[in-house]
Ligand binder design. Structure first.
Ligand SMILES: C[S@@+](CC[C@H](N)C(=O)[O-])C[C@H]1O[C@@H](n2cnc3c(N)ncnc32)[C@H](O)[C@@H]1O
Length: 476
């Protein structure tokens, strides 16, 4: 056994108070070698990186600065950088913004929308022109939509009695295709709801500019400040529908009137503070286990190199996040089925099926990688899920190495540990109790081959420039 894979010790330093020591003795895998990458991403400002990143909050996303720490070390301009679990699109956007070819894939249609809006964004001019057109058309269509919204909100008829056009169905003439959930109508002022019904019917998610506007709209749908369309819920995630109904009844909640077009225009201006990356990235919708043929075909189709030199990704955590349920208001806006999202995603695994899943992902990824590729896996050490202990969550990165990556021929460069950032992230999500949901993020750095492993070791010591925006990249 090579010295860097010594089984002598157990990884005690990351343990939190309250963890059962007997479980440790039984369950913890061997310590893996540390990779000396300074976690400088923790020292950067919260919104470090391209101004498209905070388009919409997304559960369990990593900071753009973390992606940069690896993109800057382990890839060159023109290289393909891939994330098979791209979430809000952090890796592909940051890669594109640094002159690489950013490729993101996710099975969640909401994540795909956010990734696509960042990988293939609307220009400032196109977004402004489309917004003006929507605003003008609204002037003539407002009375019809207001009648629909008022009927939806009128007390009396049972929930679902009034039908509205489906998201993306383009015309109010096709009115009458779906009910509006009661919690949706509770969340908005009648005029804001009328505008939202109009905009969600009109925007075409297959169109680049409309997709960008829709993604920006999800980011301002709910939150506590005046830039949001509903103040009923925090910005980070949607509260449970039952809680929303009870809270609204108890507090006789009335959302302030917010103009969708004004709020969206302000949001788009904030997003366009930075340059649009000179070369577009690629956004794919599908299972990470079969991302390779789809990614390579999409890259070849664009005349680009079809293998990734770097993967920076964080696979779904063990039973932590329900992306549909926690985004039900956003999925309503977009016309996606929240339950179907939670049924499909791989966020509800226990440890053994999770490890098998990871092995399939890593096996499937190999033909998408260059010979000297580096794979960076950000893996949460999940100890508790909203207060309840999860067996097998501790030492997950080590398990992924032993049972998923090593058998598939990857070479281990080492593990970087990032505890502060993870703690801050989860505490923000669920408050104090859930501050313990993910105690540490371990960053597993692998080579696709011995060449990749050597490159990962050599690159670890490189100094990274944290100037943003980077020198030498021009706005277009
Ligand atoms: C931890 S999040 C990634 C967050 C991302 N790094 C970011 O910064 O936004 C994991 C992602 O895996 C996605 N996912 C779950 N199962 C999947 C599967 N089988 N194939 C592809 N994506 C999947 C989820 O939708 C989620 O976006």
């Amino acid at each position: 056994m090579p010295p860097h894979e010594s089984r002598a010790t157990v990884a005690a330093p990351s343990l939190a108070a309250g963890v059962d020591t007997a479980q440790l003795a039984l369950d913890l895998p061997a310590r893996l070698p540390a990779l000396a990458i300074p976690p400088e991403w923790k020292d950067q400002q919260r919104l470090w990186g391209h101004s498209f990143h905070p388009m919409c909050s997304y559960l369990a996303s990593f900071p753009a600065a973390l992606a940069h720490a690896f993109i800057a070390r382990y890839s060159r301009p023109g290289d393909v950088v891939l994330d098979p679990f791209s979430g809000r699109g952090t890796t592909p956007l940051q890669a594109s913004a640094e002159g690489r070819i950013g490729v993101g894939n996710d099975l969640n249609p909401f994540a795909h929308l956010l990734t696509a809006a960042k990988a293939e964004p609307a220009t400032r001019a196109d977004a402004a022109t489309r917004l003006t057109a929507l605003r003008l058309a609204w002037r003539s269509e407002a009375p019809a939509w207001q009648r629909i919204a008022d009927a939806v909100m009128a007390p009396g008829p049972e929930e679902g009695a009034v039908l509205v056009p489906a998201a993306g169905s383009a015309s109010p003439a096709s009115a009458g295709t779906e009910p509006v959930p009661a919690e949706v109508s509770l969340a908005f002022h009648p005029r804001t709801l009328a505008q939202l019904l109009y905009v969600r019917t009109t925007l075409d998610l297959a169109d680049r500019t409309d997709r960008f506007l829709a993604a920006a709209l999800t980011g301002i749908l709910h939150g506590r400040s005046a830039s949001y369309l509903s103040t009923l819920m925090p910005n980070t995630f949607s509260m449970a529908p039952r809680y929303v109904r009870e809270f609204a009844a108890r507090t006789v909640f009335q959302s302030p009137e917010r103009d969708v077009f004004d709020c969206l225009a302000a949001k788009v201006r904030r997003l366009h503070r930075d340059f649009v990356p000179a070369s577009a990235g690629v956004a794919l919708l599908g299972d990470a286990r079969d991302v390779t043929p789809r990614a390579r075909a999409a890259l070849r189709h664009r005349g680009l190199p079809d293998r990734a030199r770097l993967v920076v990704t964080s696979p779904p955590y063990l039973r932590v996040v329900k992306y549909g349920y926690y985004n039900w208001l956003r999925t309503w806006l977009l016309g996606f089925d929240a339950r179907e999202i939670d049924r499909t995603l791989d966020d509800a695994h226990h440890r053994e099926p999770y490890l098998e899943f990871m092995r399939d992902v890593l096996a499937g990824l190999r033909p998408a990688l260059t010979e000297d590729a580096i794979v960076v896996l950000v893996i949460g050490d999940v100890e508790t899920d909203r207060g309840r202990a999860i067996r097998g969550g501790i030492g997950l990165a080590e398990r992924v190495w032993e049972t998923a990556a090593s058998p598939e021929g990857y070479r281990l460069a080492g593990v970087a540990i990032d505890d502060v950032a993870a703690n801050r992230k989860m505490t923000k999500l669920w408050g104090d109790e859930a501050g313990r949901a993910t105690k540490t993020d371990r960053i597993l750095v692998l080579g696709a081959s011995e060449q990749g492993r050597r490159r990962a070791l050599a690159g670890a010591g490189i100094d990274v420039d944290w100037t943003w925006p980077p020198r030498g990249l021009r706005a277009i």
